[in-house]
Design a binder for this molecule. Structure first.
Ligand code: IVH
Length: 477
């Protein structure tokens, strides 16, 4: 690369990464997948490794997250909240392990590592003074975060007061997240209400936590796992990361201790990684990798930090649950309130072991935002749900044969007229006797969320409706 072109590429990457940081951290609405973002970031790092004169404090390689949003008061972190380096595969982890042992610890002895699940949520700090939760903030740019104290207090499993004995002062760090089931429920109700749906549990957690009105946060079943400390007063000798988690538990803080593995040497780390990866789809929450931390605090201090990340920890990311396929058709579904939502029918594709042939499109704005057409080649990603989302249309692969879909004028089931209110994103069927709506209403009525009628699942209902035995809810009795 010539001198001019590598400088130009560097400037482009900085600009693009900063734009994605803003979309992700401030607007809770990313345009690209984590894997695509990581790719840009790696290109930036390798360019800077080759041409060190490009590195300056203005480069995203030297920064964490994004500046706090102006709508929140800002909070200074007493100890900066850093980010983690990534390893994409076993070899990159082995390189990390070798490098810290040989270059920084000058020892050949195997290291002990704490292997934790990497939850895909929002990093927060909680300040406890004399055991009382006094302040909470988001990571922000690592130095200044957003004040979310009132919002964090609405998380039911988080103690406002620690169990004694606890330190005089401790900054607890953790990840706020959604269980998948709660995330899906939230999106379903947002859809029905014609509100904004979230692309994945992480965005839902960020969006719910960064509300101006804490009552809005309170209505969302957020959760938290605590995994690290900023400041801690030294009445207590803590010698390892695992001990940190044990103390957290004793003080009443939620931790994922049962799922944390103490690995001796790099090989046991790789075993733990395989184990987490295999169990990824059967956990109640989404994890996007494993965080590996040198367990001994004394060694952590010896290793220290470089620019934006500690030398003693690394994130082993999981492969994305993404794949490329083709949209064969777009059909319309009528919900129990008449809301008409589009569904993309895909050429079947295997994403992390699951064959998928449908993608949810949430609403019409989504089709417009993506500029999605029948016949398009698309990137689909499973974000927690088994039903994936279309994350990107590969417009460069269009042949010109693709066809647009338009907003329906008539209900696809009963042909009644369809209306879309100004302030809503969903068009609705105007016929309250629409058979599709009735069926969905009955299904909802018997479901676990409503009457929870035992032994009457979707299959049995479908049969009874088809046989004409049930026409409305009263027929159930
Ligand atoms: S430790 C110095 N432990 O992953 C940073 N992070 O970039 C120490 N995360 O910002 C972070 N689970 O939001 C740590 N068990 C875990 C984690 C975890 C999720 C997030 C966190 C952090 C990001 C790494």
């Amino acid at each position: 690369m010539g001198a001019v072109s590598y400088r130009r590429r560097h400037a482009e990457l900085c600009k693009e990464i900063k734009r994605h940081n803003h979309l992700y951290y401030v607007l809770d609405s990313p345009e690209v997948s984590d894997a695509e973002y990581d790719q840009l970031f790696r290109e930036l790092l390798s360019l800077e490794a080759e041409f060190p004169e490009l590195v300056s404090s203005a480069s995203p390689s030297q920064q964490v997250g994004a500046q706090p949003a102006a709508k929140f008061a800002s909070v200074e972190h007493a100890v900066p909240m850093l980010s983690l380096k990534n390893a994409r595969n076993a070899d990159e982890f082995l390189e990390f392990d070798k490098s810290i042992r040989e270059n920084f610890l000058a020892s050949n002895a195997e290291l002990e590592y704490a292997c934790e699940m990497k939850l895909d949520g929002v990093a927060v700090e909680l300040v406890y003074e004399n055991g009382i939760l006094t302040k909470s903030s988001t990571r922000g740019d690592g130095y200044l975060g957003e004040d979310i104290t009132e919002n964090i207090k609405t998380i039911s499993e988080l103690p406002h007061k620690l169990i004694h004995p606890c330190p005089r002062i401790v900054d607890v760090r953790g990840e706020v997240y959604f269980n998948l089931i709660d995330f899906q429920k939230l999106n379903r109700s947002q859809e029905e209400l014609g509100g904004k749906t979230f692309a994945n549990p992480r965005n839902a957690a960020a969006g719910s936590l960064r509300q101006l009105d804490s009552k809005a946060t309170a209505s969302r079943p957020l959760r938290i796992f605590c995994y690290g400390v900023g400041r801690i007063s030294t009445e207590l000798e803590i010698s390892s990361q695992i001990e940190v988690l044990r103390h957290f538990k004793d003080w009443g803080l939620p931790v994922n201790l049962d799922e944390t593995v103490c690995a001796r040497g790099a090989n046991e780390v790789l075993e733990a990684y395989d184990n987490f990866l295999n169990r990824r789809d059967s956990l109640p929450f989404e994890i996007d990798g494993m965080v590996v931390k040198v367990n001994q605090i004394a060694l952590q201090s010896e290793l220290g930090t470089v620019s934006r990340s500690p030398r003693w920890a690394i994130a082993m990311k999981f492969p994305p649950k993404q794949g490329e396929t083709c949209v064969e058709a777009i059909s319309l579904q009528v919900g129990r309130t008449g809301a008409i939502t589009p569904v993309a029918h895909l050429k079947p594709v295997v994403l992390s072991g699951v064959t998928v042939s449908r993608a949810s499109l949430h609403n019409w704005d989504e089709i417009e935002r993506l500029d999605l057409r029948v016949g398009d080649r698309v990137i689909v990603e499973r974000a927690g749900d088994v039903i994936p989302d279309v994350v990107k249309v590969l417009t460069e692969k269009r042949s010109g044969q693709e066809s647009r879909v338009s907003l329906p004028i008539r209900c696809p089931e009963c042909h009644a007229s369809v209306q879309k209110a100004e302030n809503e994103v969903v068009p609705r069927c105007t016929n309250t006797h629409c058979p599709a709506q009735t069926i969905e209403r009955i299904k909802h009525f018997v479901s676990r969320d409503a009457m929870d009628i035992d032994g009457l699942g979707e299959k049995q209902l479908d049969q009874l409706i088809q046989l004409g035995k049930i026409v409305d809810i009263a027929d159930l009795y």
